[in-house]
Design a protein. Structure first.
Length: 142
């Protein structure tokens, strides 16, 4: 199975197998509103190429650099927390379960094996965004 970064996956899903990310991202997102759950490549590029007055939703913080793009493009940022949508939880879980069973979505895990002394390095991997999907640390006893 090929593992793509979130940005590569985003472009691949909208443009086929062409993974020339920097050239295709603007075209791939031209008509889209951005919904990004965290600060990252997709949000940053989307803000860079956003049309004036384009909307976006985020549930995490946005960096100072990204706010510059928000102001320049007069982008509307809407913050939310998952609890605002608790009334839709049952439908969401049902849909997600169905899509997983049909193979439409997959859980991506990054399993990192380390000794107890290296556990702080795992936290740094997480903070630096070096993981793909869920970062799971498997403690190896030496």
């Amino acid at each position: 199975m090929t593992v793509y970064s979130s940005k590569q996956w985003f472009v691949k899903e909208r443009t086929g197998d062409n993974l020339d990310v920097d050239e295709t991202f603007e075209l791939a997102t031209k008509e889209l509103s951005t919904n990004d759950l965290k600060e990252g490549d997709i949000l940053t590029k989307s803000l860079l190429f956003s049309n004036d007055m384009k909307g976006g939703k985020v549930s995490a913080g946005i960096s100072r650099e990204a706010w510059t793009q928000v102001f320049c493009h007069k982008t509307r940022i809407e913050r939310f927390i998952v609890l605002q949508f608790v009334d839709q939880l049952l439908k969401a879980l049902t849909d997600l379960g169905t899509w997983m069973a049909e193979g439409k979505i997959h859980l991506i895990k990054d399993i990192w094996e380390a000794g107890v002394e290296d556990l702080p390095k795992g936290m740094l991997k997480l903070l630096k965004g070096e993981n793909t999907g869920k970062l799971i640390t498997k403690v190896v006893h030496s």
